[in-house]
Design a protein around this ligand. Structure first.
Ligand code: MN
Length: 445
């Protein structure tokens, strides 16, 4: 049995592996935490744990899954095996189990004691509309069945017991809420903040069932759940905070903007509203957050859930596919595929398979296996050297993409592009220059 089962054991592991900075300088939850997390991420630095947040007694941690080194740790695997690990979790889900006396019931705040504004919820980016819960895993239950669902929903704090919640069209939660609203009933909802990171990874996956079973599958043992305080949703037992409430029927209010995964500010939405009924937390709780416009958001929402599908779809049309990547700098709109080309037409077929693996994928670059698909400079080198634009680039106009893609219309309709950046057949004797790697430390003593 592995040792990870909650946020605290993960923080301990990150500390041991030199992947966490403990920041004791006092920081402001307005902009400063978001700016520090952004700077750390840009420099491929560690995650952060802020012990002193101005005006609050609760510490804040963030950037935990902003880097694949930490994602590998969270999955208890190696960097090279993240994709296979995700595949195995999806293939062998495990039912969670229910336990008594969960730690989040150590403190239960209701009525006059309940106040979201007493929590150190950051205002992350300069033009965000206010404080947002960004790293909370929404645990919901179908209105008329026992089925549960995990998802990420941005939630804007709008008062002591009121939050706005954005729910996209294609979410499972939307189906649950539509049924409640049709019956003019509120839909109970819970938000888990500070969980075993495998639950966050599972929450980003599109799975036709309870993602908690995938989280358990990834852990290789059942995740422990417990009944929430105000409703019968089963939430993670080992969690820092459970915020419980109801999405009100027939209510919409302005929510947003928030710095989004596209690297742009999202627009204001007319979003549903949650009336909060309880805040439960462990003793000495820790608040967890992430930046909206960040690689961490893209890792959870676009890369980890979709690389396994990209691999599956492209490998299905060509057994020449060796590796695939959805780079975080492409906001989930770009896919890169490395192939060992056997036929000059093969890259274009692979592009079409890649585009159909997820609606968000707009641009696909196919390279030879001598190109490091994780290194943007190498990919750009291939595009610059091995592409004849007229023959190697092709377009699929008026296809469906993501509505938030700035190069799509309001319904997400856009042009898709394929780039065959593999070496031409008649130039295949050209050899890429590769210098032997040296250990610099031996020369710089
Ligand atoms: Mn789902």
């Amino acid at each position: 049995m592995g040792k990870l089962n909650d946020l605290r054991s993960f923080l301990e592991m990150l500390k041991e592996k030199d992947q966490l900075y403990i920041i004791n300088k006092e920081v402001d939850k307005k902009y400063e935490i978001g700016s520090i997390l952004a700077t750390l991420e840009k420099n491929r630095e560690r995650a952060a744990y802020f012990t002193k947040v101005r005006g609050y007694s609760i510490p804040v941690t963030g950037g935990l899954l902003a880097d694949h080194r930490r994602i590998a740790l969270a999955l208890e695997t190696d960097l090279d095996n993240i994709l296979e690990k995700l595949e195995s979790g999806l293939k062998s889900p495990i039912k969670p189990i229910i336990v008594d006396n969960p730690s989040f019931k150590e403190n239960i705040l209701t009525g006059d004691d309940l106040d979201l504004r007493k929590l150190p919820i950051p205002v992350h980016a300069p033009e965000d509309a206010g404080p947002f819960i960004t790293a909370g895993v929404t645990v919901s239950k179908d209105f008329d069945s026992e089925r549960q669902n995990l998802s990420f929903q941005r939630m804007q704090i709008k008062g002591k017991d009121k939050m706005g919640i954005m729910i996209n069209e294609w979410r499972h939660l939307k189906g649950f809420f539509d049924k409640a609203e049709a019956a003019d009933q509120p839909l109970p909802i819970t938000v888990a903040i500070g969980v075993d990171p495998v639950i966050m990874i599972a929450a980003g996956l599109r799975y036709d069932g309870d993602e908690m079973e995938v989280a358990s599958g990834l852990r290789g043992r059942p995740i422990e759940l417990a009944k929430a305080h105000t409703c019968d949703i089963k939430v993670p037992a080992h969690v820092e905070f459970i915020i419980e409430g109801e999405i009100l029927p027939g209510v919409r209010e302005t929510e947003g903007p928030l710095a989004e995964f596209t690297g742009h500010y999202g627009t204001k939405w007319q979003s549903p509203v949650i009336k909060v009924k309880a805040i439960c937390h462990r003793n000495n709780p820790i608040w967890q957050t992430l930046n909206g416009a960040s690689f961490e958001h893209i890792n959870l929402g676009n890369i980890l859930p979709r690389e396994p599908l990209l691999k599956r779809f492209t490998s299905y049309v060509s057994d020449s596919v060796k590796n695939v990547h959805i780079p975080p700098y492409g906001s989930g709109f770009l896919a890169i595929v490395a192939i060992d080309k056997k036929n000059p037409g093969e890259p274009k077929n692979v592009v079409m398979a890649a585009i159909t693996s997820h609606v968000n994928i707009k641009n696909v670059i196919v390279v030879d296996t001598d190109v490091d698909i994780y290194n943007p400079a190498e990919v750009m080198w291939a595009v610059s050297n091995r592409v004849d634009p007229r023959n190697d680039i092709f377009y699929i106009p008026n296809a469906q993409g993501h509505e938030m893609d700035p190069a799509s219309n309001r319904r997400g309709v856009q042009t898709k592009m394929g780039i065959d950046a593999t070496l031409w057949e008649e130039k295949k004797d050209l050899k890429k220059v590769v210098y032997p790697e040296v250990n610099l430390a031996e020369y710089l003593k």
